[in-house]
Design a protein. Structure first.
Length: 168
């Protein structure tokens, strides 16, 4: 748990992984869409005070993605990667590299979307190139930022679709 009632679970198995997990009150198809459609990503992606100002998604194996977020003070953070595996709405595998990355190598991210009775658990496994890279990320406020972002996602998913909320 990350505080403020945020149900994000974070653990670090092995020496190169961080695993994040959260339950969303929405079907897997809708949650998967929220992770892959720019018009939905711009509505939730980022910690409190941050927003996506660029969001490019070429959703196919070998397709590239790029996000640029802007913070409350105008600072920008860019990240990009390549989609490695797509199995909608169950699995999404991609690489990630930040423009101003402070640790070596690409990160391999696997998002698993497990639906049970209309609710979906997202389990994200981040595998870093080195143990020291993973350890550096654990010192950042990453869990807080992801928790805040996922709270925004839960709010988006919880909106009725008849009033312009998220739709698959």
């Amino acid at each position: 748990m990350t505080g403020d009632g945020d149900p994000l679970v974070v653990h670090a198995p092995g020496d190169r992984e961080i695993v994040l997990s959260r339950l969303f009150d929405a079907p897997a198809s809708l949650v998967f869409a929220a992770f892959t459609r720019p018009e939905l990503l711009v509505r939730w992606y980022g910690a409190r005070g941050w927003r996506l100002v660029e969001c490019e998604v070429d959703l196919r194996v070998g397709g590239r993605w790029r996000f640029v977020s802007q913070g409350p003070g105008g600072e920008r953070m860019g990240q990009s990667g390549v989609y490695r595996h797509l199995d909608p709405p169950r699995r999404l595998v991609l690489t990630e590299l930040f423009d101003d990355q402070s640790y070596p190598g690409e990160t391999l991210i696997t998002h698993e979307f497990a639906e049970l009775v209309g609710r979906t658990t997202v389990t994200s496994t981040l595998r870093y190139a080195t143990p020291s890279g993973r350890d550096r990320v654990l010192r950042y406020p990453m869990a807080r930022g992801v928790g805040e972002s996922f709270t925004r996602l839960a709010d988006l998913l919880g909106r009725p679709t008849t009033t312009g909320g998220a739709t698959a």
